[in-house]
Structures are given as structure tokens and as C-alpha cells.
Design a protein around this ligand. Sequence first.
Ligand code: AMP
Ligand code: ZN
Length: 475
Amino acid sequence: MKIYNSLSRVKEEFIPHEPGRVSMYTCGPTVYHFAHIGNLRTYIMEDVLDRYLRYSGYDVKRVMNITDVGHLSGDSDSGEDKMLSGARREHKSVMDVARFYTDAFFSDCKKLNIRRPDAVVPATDCIDEFIKVISSLIDKGYAYLAGGNVYFDTSRLDRYYVFNDFSEDDLAVGVREGVEADGNKRNKSDFVLWFTKSKFDDQELKWDSPWGLGYPGWHIECSCISMKNLGEYLDIHCGGIDNQFPHHTNEIAQSEAYLGHKWCSYWVHVHHLNTGTGKMSKSSGEFLTLSLLEGKGYDPMAYRLFCLQSHYRKSLLFTWENLDNAAAAYSKLVARVAALRPSGGKTDSETFDGLKRRFCDALDNDLNSSLAVTALYDVLKADTDDGTKLALIEDFDRVLALDLIKAAQDLRDASCKAETHPSDPDSPEIEALVAERTEAKKKKDFARADEIREKLKQMGVVLEDGPAGTKWRRI
Ligand code: AMP
Ligand code: ZN
């Protein structure tokens, strides 16, 4: 398999540190709010990578942190802890907020068929580990105390900006974050490992440390949680592209200074989900959640397909029209799978192997999920028996995780039910609303179209948009 490595900036052959085994670390969510569908794009694409490695026979161990302390509103050690602002917004304690949004995150992941990592570790469970690593960095001369905080000294490194070639002057922390630069730092690019002093002294959670009562910086948590659970040599580290700098740059600096050797071999970054006005972000307050899409009648699998249809290294533009297209494509896909009849005979192994090769070739080439979806359509078009097609679809769905076989069965069950109740008493009203919605969509009056979909949903009716028009059925 070839994968693009953000460190070398080329596609590289994937060779794990230990043959047959893969250690994989994923930056987890900052749990002060719901994950938005942009965050979920990153987790869907990381899930495809995780699933494809397992499908290819690797023994994968995947670890994810939960950021429940230390992620400040500015990534460069400035501003207030995001968890604290979440707690204040909701009049709850930080831990209550963390618990609530951690559960909400995994509930979204479940709906999107995102596998739960083998280990999920909240930062607040690892304070002793952070203190151990920070103490060692001080002993080795890589970290210093100033103004009550512990800082990493980036001037001790031969090369700090490993992903991008910034110059220190370009960094302009104070300007970018709208706050003053931290006068305690010896170099502009130094970053905080442990805070005992910040402008926001009402930090709710603080721990004893050799440097006083305080709390860890955001970057140290991922380094420590990864090294503790996955050892000194990490194969793959993933995250969204915005994590490259400063978060991942700082992770590399402190982990390699601590270990004394190269730490992680492959850095995989998923590009952003954008709206018309730029990156979807929690801090802007304007973001879409999976529950909101569901409320409008979209199946989470339609959103998963929407993400799979584009390459993870390209930014993806979210529009309702694009999502409608994915929803229609998903319904059609399920209907085509539902029309296949298991043949019970032997699978056509030559066709099976040929189509599977096409699927693997796509994913072996830097996880080209969009071509892998095309390979799925090739299966439906193939000149072979339905049993072979179903076997291939089931096989591909171990990676694509679109629930195709189950959704097809549900559709068959639903049409059986509809056939036994041919005269729905509300059907004239339903038909009229469906027709009105089709008209509204033609006129690009999506607000009215959404309103009608919602109204029908409340009447217990779901809509399936397909190329032949809109079908409705009872939930
Ligand atoms: P956060 O909860 O803010 O720490 O972010 C969780 C993950 O989502 C990180 O890997 C981010 O890089 C990623 N992320 C943030 N915004 C977006 C976006 N608009 N599109 C895709 N990924 C994103
Ligand atoms: Zn991280």
C-alpha cells in the first residue's frame, strides 16, 4: 500500500516498524461541544484507513485521546481552556461537559460505522505520565521554567518546522490569535508543556506537580498517550490538516527530544470540510451536526458515502445539493443491492478476484476511496451471477462500512410491508406533499423542501430520492 506522508510530502510504500502489526494514533475530539460534520469527515476517513489495514491482514492497534483539558481557544497557548468555556456556557462542571460530549461523539461514530479505537484515553487520566515526560525534558535541557510555566525550548532542535517551512517572523502569534505574545517564551515558537499561570486563573481542574498546582498543555497529551499505549515507535499518526501546525509539529518536537530517536513514520492528514465561507469550525459557532442532518431526514450512511466519494487529501465543499446527490446515490445503491438474489451456487472466483483487485488497487493508491466506490458500482454492472456480486459487496463493505447488505434487507422488508398494506389512508395527502416538495426543489426552494420532509417525517413517512423520482414509505 502507498500512502502520502505529510513529513516527506510524497506517497510512500507503507512498511510498519514490526512486520504484520500496525500502531496507529488518532487525535481525538475536544469535548466541549458536539462534533461537527467536518470533524466527522476526518474520523470517517481515518476509519477507512484503519479498516483497510485490517482488511489487508494487519494486526492494528489504534489509540485515541479525548481532550478534556488544556486545549486553549488559540492553538498557540493563548486564550481560555475550551473546556472551561463549554462548562460556563452550559452551567455545568468541566467533567460533566466532557462526559456528555464524549458520549455524544461516540454515538455519532456508531451511527456512521466508525470503529471505536482499541484504546480511548482521556487526557485527565494521564497526568502522572505528562509530569514524568516533562520532568525528563527539563533534565535533558529541552524545557525550561519561566513565569511559573514550563516551556519547550524549540531552539534546541535542528529543525522544528518539520511540515512547513515557516519563518519565526511569519508566526506572529499575537497578531493571529488577537492576544499579546507570551513574554516568558525564549523563542517565539516555544510552547507550553505545563501551565501554573495563565491569564485565566479560574481553570477548574488543576493538579499538583513539581512546578506547582497547574494543568498540562494540549500537545503533551497526545505524545504521552501515544508513547504510553503504543511504545517508542509509532507507525501512523492521523488528524485533520489543521493539526499539522502547531499541534503535530510540537508533538514531534517533544516526543523525539524525550525518546532521542525518530518517533512516528507516517503522518496522515485529512483535509477540511468547508462551507461557502471557509472551514467548518466549532469556534465559529456555525456548524452542522450529524443529529441536525438526521433531523432533516438524511441517513448517516448518506453522509458517509458523501465523504467516501472524495479523496481525503482534497478539501470537500459541503452544500445541501451535494448531500442530496449523495443521499439519492445511496438510496439507489441500496435498491440495486436489494434487487440481487442470492444464487446459492459457487462464486465466480475469476470475476470475484478481478473486481477485488480493482478495489484494492484503488485503496492501495493513497486510500483512493472514491475509486473504491467506483469499484463497487463495477460489481453491480459486472457480467456475473448475483451470488458473486453479493459476496463482493459484503467483502468491500468491511472497508466502506455503508451497511449495504443490511439496508438492502431492510428495504426488502419495508416493501413487503407496503405490499401487504396497499391502501394507506393518508396517501393522497402524502402524495400531494411529495409532489410539492419536488416542485420546491426544482425552484431551489430548499427551505420549503426541508420543511415538507420534516412534516412527512412527523407523519411517520420517510422519503427516498432517486433518479426516477421520490419514493415514500412508512417508517
Ligand atoms: P477538535 O475536536 O477541534 O480537536 O477536532 C477534532 C478533529 O477534527 C481534528 O483532527 C481536527 O483536525 C479535525 N477538524 C476540525 N475541523 C475540521 C473540518 N472543518 N474538516 C475536517 N476535519 C476537521
Ligand atoms: Zn493530538
